[in-house]
Design a protein around this ligand. Structure first.
Ligand code: E4P
Length: 218
């Protein structure tokens, strides 16, 4: 399973990349606003430190505007994936940008039917938002299971399921068990995945015993 980091904070991306945990990056307009950085400048910087796809989202709402913005975003670096919303205009833009050779991430997916449409429009990635569904008392992980099953039924569909709006480790583990291709994770969730109290306790005990030996490795 590929891990994308869901952030526009360059320092976080750099440190997680050192541990081999970054296969790509996703951003959205809210994350760009939170970073306080210039959009194109921060995308260029992220692309330079990330070999995999870096999602940059259009903000036009009509197809022609999305296509024009997508072309500008693509010109920033070859690993930019243009992110478009799951609207009819978004799918028109997806089809056109994909036919020009762009990677396209179709975002704001909340139903299996929407995911099927995005795949037909040639999306490289479909981004179903699990956390936001959970927030309205709907089972977000059910959506992932449905999309994975539907795509598996039609091997000609090559769109990858990119699990988004991930809020905690159980979302990630369940998505991996279902066979989702990618999960995009906020840095805080990646760090939650690392933690286990028995790891901390075990390490503390080993170090205490090692100290008693009076030895050193170096
Ligand atoms: C990523 O592509 C999405 O924009 C992001 O995961 C949304 O997460 P949120 O629902 O926590 O804002």
């Amino acid at each position: 399973m590929k891990f994308f980091v869901d952030t526009a904070e360059v320092a976080d991306i750099r440190s997680l990349a050192e541990a081999g945990l970054v296969d790509g990056v996703t951003t959205n307009p809210s994350l760009i606003a939170k970073s306080g950085r210039d959009f194109k400048e921060v995308i260029a910087e992220i692309c330079a430190i990330t070999p995999g796809p870096v999602s940059a989202e259009v903000t036009a709402t009509d197809a022609a505007g999305m296509i024009a913005e997508g072309q500008v975003l693509r010109s920033i670096a070859p690993n930019v994936a243009v992110k478009v919303p799951l609207t009819e205009a978004g799918l028109v833009a997806c089809r056109r940008l994909a036919s020009e050779g762009a990677m396209v991430n179709v975002t704001l997916c909340f139903s299996p039917a929407q995911a099927l449409l995005a795949a037909k429009a040639g999306a490289t990635f479909i981004s179903p938002f699990v956390g936001r569904l959970d927030d309205i008392a709907t089972d977000g992980m059910r959506l992932i299971a449905d999309i994975v099953q539907i795509y598996r039924n039609y091997p000609a569909l090559t769109t990858e399921v990119l699990v988004a709006s991930v809020r905690h480790p159980i979302h990630l583990v369940e998505a991996a068990k279902m066979g989702a291709h990618v999960a995009t994770l906020p840095p805080s969730v990646i760090r939650m995945l690392l933690k286990h109290p028995l790891t901390d306790r075990g390490l503390e005990a080993f170090l205490a015993d090692w100290k008693k030996t009076g030895q050193s490795i170096l």
